[in-house]
Structure formats: C-alpha cells, structure tokens
Design a protein around this ligand. Structure first.
Ligand code: ASP
Ligand code: MG
Length: 442
C-alpha cells in the first residue's frame, strides 16, 4: 500500500497507529568500511536488530577494500597474466570464505553454494582470452564484491533472527552498456522495482549497491563509490521516508579530521550546499546521490555505524544556516598555462574549442582564469589525460604545465582563516566570491 494512501478508516486507534508505522519505508546504505571485519559485520547486525519490525531496504558495498583487490585481478587478466589473475582472485575467495566460516553456522553450507556460483562465474571468465574492452571485463569481475558481501551478511542476519530477503540488484537496476560508468535506465529500473512488489511487502531486504545490468544481462558498475547512488535511486523510486548512509565518521565534517583535528560536525545541511561541497571535491557522498533525493525531497542522514546514538548530519531541503567554514583540500593538481599562438584574444571560439576538448577527454577543470591572450586551467593530475590534453591544445596554444600543486577551497570563509591557511604558502592563483575562495599553491 502506498504510504500516501494509508487507511483512513480508524477501526481502533491502536490498529491505525500500527499500520501507519508499518508503512514507513527506509533505505540504508552500509559501505565497505562497515563490513570490513567479522566484528564490523556483527556491529551492522546490532544496528539492524533495532529495525526488525520495519520496512528497510539495505544497500551494501563490497567488504573493506575488496573492490580495489578485484581491480587488480582484472588488470592482471587484461595484461595477459592469467595465472596471476587467478592467484589474486584465490586470495579474495579465501578471505570471503574465512569470513563466512566465522559468521555462519546453520546456513554455512547453503551459503557456500551461492558463493561458489559467484566464484565460478568469475573464474570461467578469467580462463577466457580477452577479446572485449577492459571496461567490459572490469564490470563482469568487480561486480562480484557486492554480491559476495551481501550474500554472507544476509545469511548471518537470518541466523541471528533478523529475518531478511536477499535479492540480486542486477534484476532491478537496468543500465546502458557504458561499462564502468553505466547510466541508469530509469523507466526500466522503475518498472522492475515496482514489479518486484517490494513496496507492498514490508520487511528487511538486503541487496547490493554499485552494480546493475544491461538488457543483455551483462553486469555493469556505476562508477567507484557508486553505492550511495544506488541507495538514492531506490529511495527515489520507492518514495522512501528517508535514506541513511552509515559511515565510520560522526557525520559530515567541516574539514577532513585527519588533516584538521579541529574539524567540527555539521548537524544540518541543504541539498544545494552538499552539491557545492561535492563540486569542490569534498568527499562527503557520491555527487550523483543528491539529485534523486532532492527531486523527491527525501532527507539524507549521514550517521556513524560505530555509535548510532549520535545524531549525525541531516541533509534536506531546508536551507542551512550559520555554517562553519568548510575546508576542502585537493593535492596533486596540475596547472596548465595556455597562450594563444598568434596573439589572438581568448574569446568564445577558442574557449568553446577548449571546452570541447575537456568534454572529449572527460576531465573537469577545478579552476579557470582567463586574460586577454592567455588562460590558466587547473585539473586533478590524471597524467594520461593531461598529456593528451596538452598535446591537443598545443595546436592552438603555447602550452606550459606546472605540477604538484595544492588547491584549497573554503566555503563561508573568513579573511582570518584564509590568511592562516595560506601562511608561508606560495600562491599561484586565487579566486574569491562572496561564499567561496579558492587558492592554488606550491
Ligand atoms: N565497492 C565499490 C567501491 O569501493 C562501491 C562503493 O563502495 O560504493 O567503489
Ligand atoms: Mg565504499
């Protein structure tokens, strides 16, 4: 039953209350860090044990650093090193089997069968010759991280009395075949999800983030750290009441606490503020996550899985007031100086040629400054792409590169803080507006 059409007839006050309670739907996302050890998985079970009477869709990532490890398998395979690929995959298998053995008793054998089916799928592929693109194989191999973790955790929860239903998200999330950065086919995904009838059958569901499939049943992935996005897609289509992302931090912080011990928790943020923060490189949540939530005004909670009693951060439609300065630091920046060869002005024509290049190479300028006959553009130093860009731009411009720079961004800055942060720094470029200052330094 749709929650907007909760029963109007009140048979008994208590009855109505119970029904309304039950109609609420939540989406949770647990990332790799929350599943990185047996203890952490037990901790996830403790959290979910508080929701056994509720309707919760739980989206899970791969355990710990599994995705990185699987990337290494694909790299070995694609460079023709089959033995190495199989060896690396064997290690991943072993660690999942060990985790399963620690956690499971009665359902170990049944789960093992399912895990073996996932292993076999990958191993078959690793025995083949690589005839398709790297990105295609990447997705067929890397997708197993989420399938393995969610399968093990689901079995463990069932053993603990946290009854849940597991499903393969590839039966729901339909994408195009832009492997490694697949785009969601919203109408097809919506149809699959509605047809699954999850919305009408309350309970706990366990599934995977980050992965999907094409209409040819090929596995796809949505881009690194894409599980947050999957959770937002579910929340949007199912009209969830809220989405909670469980993390190993207290909530959204004003700066990286590892770099700035004085960083403070931000209790409340607006969707637009978070989009700004993500744009400047704050690693809050996957940038694609906000739109599906914002469009349906579904609040996003960022909470600590280590201490669920803490309030965390709520991100919603409400405008955020009195925000502290928010500091984002990006290292490993490269500044490209471009000067037009024939001394012609850097006008619309040159700029649009340049932007076409950025789009072709799929790189985003972090900072741009234009003058009469030259301009300076700062990027993350993705070496292959930057070299390519420099080479292509050199047909129209004289090109110079400067590497190893750091980009500081402060939202809601104060002059004092800025001066403090730039103390003894050799600034090469600075831009300021009312809300935001950016400084690039050596
Ligand atoms: N496991 C994937 C990654 O590490 C997706 C995610 O964690 O969101 O990128
Ligand atoms: Mg993750």
């Amino acid at each position: 039953m749709n929650k907007e059409r909760a029963p109007h007839i009140s048979l008994h006050p208590h009855f109505t209350f119970y029904n309304l309670q039950y109609q609420r739907m939540k989406v949770f996302k647990f990332g790799g860090a929350s599943l990185s050890s047996v203890e952490r998985i037990r901790n996830v079970a403790d959290i979910l044990s508080l929701y056994t009477k509720e309707h919760v869709i739980v989206i899970m990532s791969a355990m710990g650093k599994t995705t990185n490890a699987l990337e290494k398998v694909v790299e070995a395979f694609y460079s023709g090193n089959k033995e190495e690929a199989l060896r690396l995959f064997q290690l991943i298998k072993q660690s999942h089997l060990t985790t399963a053995k620690y956690l499971l008793v009665t359902s170990y054998n049944a789960t093992l069968e399912d895990l073996n089916a996932f292993f076999t799928e990958v191993e078959w592929l690793l025995h083949d010759k690589a005839v398709q693109s790297f990105d295609y194989y990447y997705d067929q191999v890397v997708c197993c991280g989420e399938l393995l973790s969610s399968r093990i955790v689901s079995a463990y929860l069932n053993e603990k009395g946290i009854t849940n239903r597991w499903f393969d998200v590839r039966d729901i999330i339909r994408t195009d075949n832009n492997f490694r950065e697949a785009n969601i086919d919203w109408p097809a995904t919506k149809e699959n999800l509605i047809r699954s009838n999850i919305q009408n059958n309350p309970g706990i569901y366990i599934t995977q983030g980050f992965i999907g499939s094409t209409d040819q049943n090929e596995s796809t992935t949505l881009g690194r750290e894409g599980s947050d996005y999957t959770a937002a897609v579910f929340a949007n289509i199912l009209d969830a009441d809220d989405l909670t992302i469980w993390k190993d931090v207290e909530g959204v912080m004003s700066a990286d606490p590892k770099l700035f011990p004085s960083a403070s928790l931000i209790n409340q943020l607006s969707f637009s503020e978070v989009i700004e923060m993500a744009f400047y490189g704050a690693q809050v949540i996957h940038p694609k996550t906000i739109k599906p939530l914002q469009n349906k005004k579904i609040p996003l909670h960022v909470k600590s899985f280590l201490d669920p009693s803490l309030p965390g951060t709520v991100i919603s439609d409400k405008s955020s007031k009195n925000l502290p300065p928010v500091i984002v630091i990006k290292a490993n920046q490269v500044l490209i100086h471009l000067q037009s060869k024939d001394f012609s002005f850097v006008g619309e024509r040159l700029m649009s040629t340049l932007y076409q290049l950025f789009a072709e190479l799929n790189i985003k300028p972090n900072l741009i400054q234009t003058a009469a006959i030259n301009l300076q553009v700062c990027f993350d130093d993705r070496q292959d792409k930057i070299e390519h860009l420099a080479q292509m731009a050199s047909e129209i411009f004289d090109v110079q590169l400067e590497k190893n720079l750091t980009l500081l961004t402060i939202r809601h800055f104060t002059e004092d803080l800025l001066a403090n942060m730039l103390h003894e720094k050799d600034v090469v470029l600075m831009q300021k507006n009312k809300e935001t200052v950016q400084a690039l330094y050596r």
